[in-house]
Design a protein around this ligand. Sequence first.
Ligand code: KG4
Length: 356
Amino acid sequence: MLHNKLTKTPLYYIINCMKNTQQINILGIESSCDETCASVVQNGRKVLSNVVYSQIDTHKLYGGVVPEIASRSHIDVIDTVVKKALVDADMTLYDIDAIAVTVGAGLVGALFVGVSYAKGLSQASNIPLIAVNHIEGHICSNYITHQSLQPPFISILASGGNTAIVKVCDYQNYNVLATTLDDAVGEAFDKVARVLGQPYPGGRYIDQLAQDGVDTYKFKSVLQHDGNFSYSGLKTAVINVVHNAEQKGETINQNDIAKSFSVSAIDGLVKQAKIQCEKHNLAKLAIAGGVGANSYLRETVSQLQKQGIQVYLPELSLCGDNAAMIASRGYFSYLNNEFSNLNVTAQPTIKLKMDN
Ligand code: KG4
């Protein structure tokens, strides 16, 4: 039991009236892929606890996420993870104003675990439920790291499942300005790592290798004529280089491959982000998503500061999947009275709430 009596009694409402109403505590729950996460965030920006249970060691054995194993693992730990988030925040459910849960995008079975748990908890404790789009959550990680950041701004969304340049119009609405036509950037990092014999997920290994490499291969940019991105051609180009070398019995320089791949994968994203900052007359650019941890991306985008663009990088611990970003996003829905009923369900594909 999370606490002795889950249903809110009249005493609860008296206590709540006495409590500082300026402090809104959101319990975030995230289970869209291979991390079971829960967090308590105050007023959308102050992290009181942030628990991440990673399944990577299990999925590593298979070279990628096995959806069925992911769902079962979420079921095993979700209750413990949520309890720990409350304990770490020194709170009980009585202190929680709303439960924000990732409803998509992600693996359907994995999402179902978090959504079902959150619905049950909301029903049992009479705490309002808020459905959160995972992608919007990634963008909100910046509100935690940069307390004064306010929309509008441009964001580079670079994760394992998504790649886009987004205009963040306000706390609720977004415009997708450019997107990938095929693979996501993180997916490409993972596939290239696999070809080089690196463990899953390979993004950070490519990042490490690239630090001692030189861009000798000069792969084509991922930026297409229409302003969108394509990662499948880059991925094939890297695979061809590796296979050709293998057939000729030559050894390749992994550092140079990693560096050349990184330059091609990232430069186009940063270039397009700069174009969109200028086009929309917005001198604020925030990074979001797991690939936001990439050192070459962080360095390259930081160079834009010299050209008058204020750059916002989320702290490394908030780049990957976490529930603090979900709770942060939930807070802005709370302020807008956007609550969900128990009909809400997992949505493996979900779009950003568009402004246009
Ligand atoms: O945002 P995320 O945790 O998951 C999604 O919501 O999709 O992103 C995971 C992706 C993986 O593809 C992982 O390899 C990549 O982020 N990643 C990196 C780095 N750290 C994680 N890619 C490049 N460089 C890194 N340092």
